[in-house]
Design a protein around this ligand. Sequence first.
Ligand SMILES: Nc1ncnc2c1ncn2[C@@H]1O[C@H](COP(=O)(O)OP(=O)(O)OP(=O)(O)O)[C@@H](O)[C@H]1O
Ligand SMILES: [Mg+2]
Length: 245
Amino acid sequence: MTDLTGVSASGGGTGTVQTSGPVLLEAIDLHKSFGSTTALTSASMRLRAGEVVAVMGPSGSGKSTFLHCLAGIVPPDAGIVRYRGRDLGGMSDRVRSQLRRTDFGFVFQFGQLVPELTCLENVALPLRLGGVRRRAAEQKATAWLERLEVAGVANKRPGETSGGEGQRVAVARALVTGPTVVFADEPTGALDSLNGERVLQLFVTAARDTGAAVVLVTHEPRVAAYSDREVVVRDGRTRDLEVAR
Ligand SMILES: Nc1ncnc2c1ncn2[C@@H]1O[C@H](COP(=O)(O)OP(=O)(O)OP(=O)(O)O)[C@@H](O)[C@H]1O
Ligand SMILES: [Mg+2]
């Protein structure tokens, strides 16, 4: 029997299951509707430092909405999201945006890189926005592109890369600032399985190396194999049994 802390008996799996340590992020009983459509009816989870959690469930079940609420992008209608014990709903927009920049990283299905910038500039951008000088930012960005095995696209624009390369660049951009949590919504959903597998391997390995926790939304069981734990969303409700791997 597990509870919402996800602190359950565990073993096996592909990595270290974090069963102790501080709770970084906590969602309690989130509700969210868009007009007459209810996206979340009761969604809860806890994320500990360094933990990789796969959020699974069928299309339309509320996964993306849940992720957006967890990341402070969308406010829930009811329920609480706490990051390091602080209620995101109680923060000003400015403080919340600042938090997203300093502590969170994001990878979406189609990368969402800035098309006018080179891949190197895209990866350097979050550092530049944080006040890092160009040279230092680009050095760091270069190291991250190398780590994701896409140094060769540094001077290309995103439109000149393959889907897999673009997603690696997006992963580099998400990790370059050393976030404590990376939110990924179907990060390999647009890639073929071989490419997707490699991007995931690189992503999860790099996140584990840097100690970043990951919330990985997917409906592919194959993707979830890279996680420590799964949270299943169905009809806007998280299953109260969080399955430990
Ligand atoms: N901005 C919005 N406006 C209106 N309805 C929305 C909005 N965002 C989500 N919904 C609805 O909320 C429900 C949950 O959507 P959500 O995008 O969270 O599902 P999902 O599990 O991520 O699906 P998928 O696997 O297809 O990405 C769906 O019925 C969807 O149509
Ligand atoms: Mg979605």
